[in-house]
Design a protein around this ligand. Structure first.
Ligand SMILES: [Zn+2]
Length: 301
């Protein structure tokens, strides 16, 4: 499943092709993905200019002129790719095989095609999703925060608002395990299992301890929470810098597989040596709320 860094990587990959382009025509090749497309979706978005590409949690936000926003979620196996316009008619003679981005998957899973026109010429942005757990919706920008997907979402792990004081206010008095508190989307939006495990390992904190133990009696963050907050921000920033991770079946918009999974320090490393210098412990796996937690019982307290 794509995590936040993948979605951010997709956003950055699509931006040069989509931002400022005219969405000449949206082509839907089936009536639904995980959910049906909104009524009149293709008609409503065709002929509109794309103002910007944003992201909230794991949702891609495509802002259109006129105040509508296309909300896209990649589900389990969704991906976008960009093809320039000439590819549709076969390779142009002067630029043989002019697919900027090679096809990564079977064409039968191409469910949505955005036909674009920009200063760079025609292009197509194609949404491919073999398992069809992804979905698209349309909303008004000025009503986005009250939309069912976004209502009650916590702060982004990439923004400046997420700080130790914010988390202290959320965690104070909580007996809930720290791992669960960090996965709670009402606290931090878009932070997934992998990066929670990584951030806890980096900050030397046990996923099993109560979230409230990181807050002092006056409601202020203890030093450990300050370090954890920093670890959350850096683990996400590192992953975005690495181009997003992918455990399986996810392709970046430029057609290459993500590679950050090779540098996970603790996630999916059960039974392997802890990488904390001088620790000598072994990575353990426990199940919390139905999700695997990987951590080092020796150095994460
Ligand atoms: Zn360790």
């Amino acid at each position: 499943m794509p995590e936040l860094p993948e979605v951010e990587t997709v956003r950055r990959g699509l931006t040069p092709a989509m931002e400022g382009a005219l969405l000449v025509r949206a082509e839907l090749r089936r009536p639904d993905l995980r959910f049906p497309f909104p009524a009149g979706f293709a008609t409503l978005i065709s002929g509109r200019r794309i103002v910007s590409l944003g992201r909230r949690a794991k949702y891609l936000l495509i802002d259109l002129e006129g105040g509508d926003v296309i909300i896209a979620h990649l589900g389990m196996s969704g991906s976008f790719r960009v093809e320039d316009g000439r590819a549709e008619d076969g390779p142009a003679s002067d630029t043989p095989g002019d697919f900027h981005h090679p096809r990564g998957k079977s064409e039968k899973h191409d469910h949505v095609v955005f036909h674009l026109e920009s200063v760079n010429g025609p292009a197509r942005v194609i949404y491919n999703d073999p398992r069809r757990f992804g979905f698209m919706d349309l909303a008004r920008r000025d009503a986005l925060s009250s939309h069912a997907f976004f209502r009650g979402l916590g702060e982004e792990p990439t923004g400046n608002v997420l700080d130790a004081a914010y988390l202290a206010a959320r965690f104070a008095g909580k007996a809930q395990p720290l791992k669960s508190a960090l996965l709670d989307q009402k606290n931090i939006a878009g932070l997934g299992n992998i990066y929670v495990c990584e951030a806890l390992w980096r900050s030397g904190l046990s996923p099993l301890r109560a979230a409230g133990t990181l807050v002092d009696a006056r409601g202020r963050p203890k030093t450990a929470l300050v370090l954890l907050t920093e670890a959350i921000r850096t683990v996400i920033a590192d992953a975005i810098a690495a181009g997003g991770s992918s455990l399986r079946d996810h392709i970046q918009t430029d057609g290459t597989l993500g590679y950050f999974q090779h540098s996970f320090s603790v996630y999916d490393r059960e039974g392997e040596p802890c990488r904390t210098p001088g620790c000598g412990g072994t990575v353990a796996r426990v199940v919390q709320a139905g999700r695997s937690t990987f951590y080092c019982p020796k150095c994460q307290k």
